[in-house]
Design a protein around this ligand. Structure first.
Ligand code: FMN
Length: 247
């Protein structure tokens, strides 16, 4: 079977962090955002907003808040994808019905909707020859980001997206073996250890040959380190401040 061009496009993904200094035409930006809007959305809530950061001073501040990730200030375009129930809050108020947002479920709905939109945006950008990288660092200091972007209640930043024409083509980062991801009818734990060992070998090979920034490490050691400390402990308090009770 020939691989379908769309599958080929999706499977040729790699994050791009170095960009040419070339402006992205406005029509392409519009296509990218239109595609974002065509992502499926839970119950048609469309619970997201996309903020295009064109002000360079703001970019510099955001790059700093994202952990001094320089591509946030250097990429030709940078968007903040924000979960957003603010319009819904206005509707409920206007119609004088309860605005029931107590459950954690709403945070999941907002984050999932936003992520699907962002992925559609990235896929479409790549179709136009652009590359990009998502920026979870936008949640490092959610409250400061919210202040800078004047985010109202019932919103929270989920990820940033840097876009631009790639300065170079990097190797693809290997993925976990398919048999470790795909299960039939029930979760099969038997092959997971084997998949981890196999993936460690492949990632060690990838990272040790990678240019620039080669390193002698495989997936296991990276994940163990990543998950050994609390991740962004301020997020819960920020979400509560934005109105989400997460009961
Ligand atoms: C939600 C999300 C947040 C991410 N945040 C960052 C980030 O802050 N900085 C960064 O350099 N890469 C970030 N990435 C990119 C991942 O590191 C990258 O997708 C992963 O290592 C796999 O590499 P690949 O995309 O090149 O295949 C993020 C990716 C996702 C999906």
């Amino acid at each position: 079977m020939d691989k379908h061009p769309v599958a080929n496009h999706i499977q040729s993904h790699r994050s791009t962090r170095k960009f040419k200094n070339t402006r992205i035409p406005e029509e392409i930006i519009k296509e990218i955002i239109t595609s974002a809007q065509w992502a499926p959305t839970s119950h048609n809530v469309q619970a997201y907003s996309i903020i295009s950061i064109t002000d360079q001073t703001l970019r510099v501040e955001l790059a700093h808040l994202c952990g001094d990730q320089k591509y946030v200030k250097e990429a030709p375009a940078f968007f903040v994808f924000t979960a957003d129930f603010y319009p819904h809050s206005l509707i409920s108020r206007r119609l004088e019905v309860p605005f029931e947002m107590e459950e954690t479920e709403n945070v999941i709905v907002g984050a999932v909707d936003t992520a699907l939109a962002a992925q559609n945006a990235l896929l479409t950008a790549r179709a136009y020859g652009l590359g990009g990288v998502m920026i979870g660092g936008i949640r490092n200091h959610s409250e400061k980001v919210a202040k800078l972007l004047k985010l109202p209640e019932w919103t929270f930043p989920v990820m940033g997206l840097c876009l631009g024409y790639p300065a170079s083509i990097t190797d693809q980062k290997p993925r976990f073996p398919l048999y470790g991801v795909l299960h039939e009818n029930h979760y099969d734990a038997n092959d997971i250890e084997k998949a981890i060992v196999e993936y460690d070998e492949r990632t060690l090979h990838y990272y040790s040959n990678r240019k620039p920034n080669p390193k002698q490490s495989g997936w296991s050691s990276q994940m163990a380190a990543y998950l050994s400390t609390p991740r962004r402990p301020g997020v819960t308090a920020f979400l509560k401040k934005q109105g989400f009770k997460m009961k």
